[in-house]
Design a protein around this ligand. Structure first.
Ligand code: HEC
Ligand code: HEC
Length: 93
């Protein structure tokens, strides 16, 4: 025979509702996130060679041009650290 504890099952239902509400909240939060504004790693002539090699290797070469006195220095920001592709996504072809 199955004994149903009414108090307990009410609690379970409440917990399930709470779970759904929290999941919905997280979903909406991510859905409403602003569009990505970080400039893309563009498929330009300067970058063409880097598109062909592995990201880890390419990242080591970025600063050849993007260092302070290079041909295209990075703006004076604090967030351009060495994992460039973490933020600057490759452009889709
Ligand atoms: C051969 C030189 C060279 C190398 C190597 C290079 N870049 Fe660039 N990059 C440039 C030049 C030139 C520009 C254009 C700058 C401008 O428009 O003022 C540029 C622009 C950019 C931009 C800005 C795009 C925009 O929307 O304005 C990003 C982001 C960037 N590079 C990321 C990278 C990353 C990441 C790497 C390494 C994987 C890299 N670059 C390697 C020369 C280079
Ligand atoms: C944590 C994220 C992050 C990482 C990692 C990062 N950047 Fe950036 N980078 C940005 C953002 C955000 C901007 C836009 C800055 C602005 O507009 O003020 C930017 C701007 C740039 C620009 C100038 C784009 C333009 O339009 O003028 C270049 C070039 C660039 N980054 C290169 C690099 C390189 C090379 C690396 C790796 C050594 C790197 N970034 C790593 C976030 C990042």
């Amino acid at each position: 025979m199955i004994v149903i504890d009414k108090k307990k099952s009410k609690k379970v239902i409440l917990l399930n509702i709470l779970f759904i509400v929290v999941c919905g909240g997280i979903f909406l939060f991510l859905w409403n996130a602003p569009p990505e504004t970080t400039p893309k790693f563009l498929h330009s002539t300067d970058h063409d060679d880097l598109y062909k090699i592995k990201k880890k290797k390419a990242e080591k070469l970025c600063l050849d041009c993007h260092k302070e006195k290079g041909t295209a220095p990075i703006p004076a920001t604090t967030y351009c650290t060495n994992r460039c592709f973490f933020c600057h996504k490759k452009e889709k072809k």
